[in-house]
Design a protein around this ligand. Structure first.
Ligand SMILES: [Zn+2]
Length: 413
């Protein structure tokens, strides 16, 4: 058969996603499937069962990542890999991550049932702990696999109850025998929901990210002076929370000032002593700034960080600024991005070139193997919430694009 006419089975993909959505289901239609929890184990067991049904060779590495491989005619050639993650946020959505795992499984099922001849082996993968909610940081297993994170570091991460990552991995039976270490991959495709509103607003079905934006995190510590709320006149105050408030507004205004695709977020604040009748003396907040343009991000920071100092001075406070994470923008492999784009066009879609504003396992794999992603719309742009949704039609569309991409790469000499 001409593989250009081959399509995935949309009903089967929907059924698989619906089965998975039962595991850790929440009352409002989402899922809670935290990494290395009982629900994570249950979903992994189901994925492994489905891989076995199509006679995949299954490898589980010692970070718990699951690889299911179908052989090609030349098995010594590096494989074509696709996948994402099974874990979710607390009360998260039923598409984030799992769509990419079920999508890759659906490609393998389609190849198997149609007896499609491929040169290279094809692999479906589920990476452990992408979300980083229970065990920080995010994307820990793909990070170890790619050699960017140390395994000992990962094993010693603890959850809020003090349970070790490695202990929980053993408890659910997924500390596999093979070392989590990269092997040669010819192409890695990650299929994922967009998690933003762009595709929907432009009425497009397939998004083709050219890469992942830069990511910069800061901790801002402000030292003021705690004092009694009643007797201290306004003029004599060194109120760290008021200083923080001004800084947060300034941070929020920066994208407007500098334009482009800059986004800034203050997502967390801690205040001391946090009491109704005491002037705050110590305030800490986090600051997240992202853009595709590293230079633009730097110019924005060069403007904002001195502004934080001025605000602290004006309020009689001291500010300490700590950079905690800095990752440059990371372009995907141009050839693979083109394959995604061309495959979408051949299937009759009008693909949209875009960037990924969120981190994904693809970010680590991109450092060691040719990588690209495929996005489909998130209804209302909502993700990491229970009402996260994508139409079944769009789920099928993205998987059809993935199928064509994987077949093309798998048949390359
Ligand atoms: Zn995800």
């Amino acid at each position: 058969m001409d593989v250009a006419n081959l399509r995935i089975n949309g009903n089967r993909l929907q059924q698989s996603l619906e089965e998975m959505a039962k595991i850790g289901a929440t009352s409002r239609g989402g899922v809670t499937r935290l990494a290395l929890s009982d629900e994570d184990k249950q979903a992994r067991d189901l994925f492994v069962k489905w891989l076995k049904e199509i006679d995949c060779e299954i490898t589980i590495d010692d970070m718990g990542s699951i690889f299911g491989t179908l052989p090609g005619s030349e098995n010594n050639l590096p494989s074509v890999m696709s996948g994402s993650h099974i874990d979710s946020q607390p009360r998260g959505g039923r598409f984030d991550g799992i769509l990419g795992v079920m999508g890759a499984l659906e490609i393998l099922r389609t190849i198997r049932e149609n007896n499609i001849q491929i040169n290279r082996p094809v692999t479906a993968v589920a990476w452990t702990n992408e979300e980083g909610t229970r065990f920080s940081p995010a994307m820990i297993a793909s990070g170890v696999w790619a050699g960017s994170l140390k395994k000992d570091y990962a094993y010693n991460r603890t959850d809020p109850d003090g349970k070790r990552f490695e202990g929980e991995l053993i408890r659910i039976g997924y500390k596999g025998p093979s070392p989590a270490k990269r092997w040669p991959v010819h192409a890695y495709y990650e299929y994922h929901i967009e998690q933003g509103p762009v595709l929907e607003s432009k009425n497009r079905i397939i998004g083709v990210p050219k890469g992942i934006v830069n990511l910069n995190w800061y901790d801002i510590y402000i030292e003021g002076e705690s004092n009694q709320a009643g007797p201290t006149p306004m003029v004599n105050r060194h109120d760290s929370l008021v200083a923080a408030s001004e800084m947060i507004i300034a941070a929020n205004e920066i994208p407007n000032k500098f334009g482009g695709d800059l986004v800034t977020t203050v997502g967390r604040i801690d205040n001391e002593p946090n009491s109704v009748n005491i002037i705050p003396g110590q305030t800490h907040f986090t600051f997240d700034i992202r853009s595709w343009n590293d230079g633009l991000t730097q110019r924005a920071l060069d403007n904002l960080l001195p502004l934080f100092k001025d605000i602290a001075d004006k309020r009689g406070c001291i500010v300490r600024i700590e950079e905690t994470w800095r990752v440059k923008h990371s372009p995907f492999d141009p050839k693979l991005v083109r394959i995604v784009n061309d495959s979408a066009i051949k299937l009759g879609f009008d693909p949209l070139e875009m960037t990924s504003g969120a981190g994904h396992d693809a970010a680590y794999i991109n450092q060691v193997a040719p990588t690209a992603m495929i996005f489909v719309p998130s209804i209302g742009g909502r993700s990491h919430v229970e009402i996260e949704n994508t139409t079944w039609e769009d789920c099928k569309a993205g998987a059809d694009v993935l199928l064509q991409c994987m077949l093309q790469s798998a048949n390359e000499a």
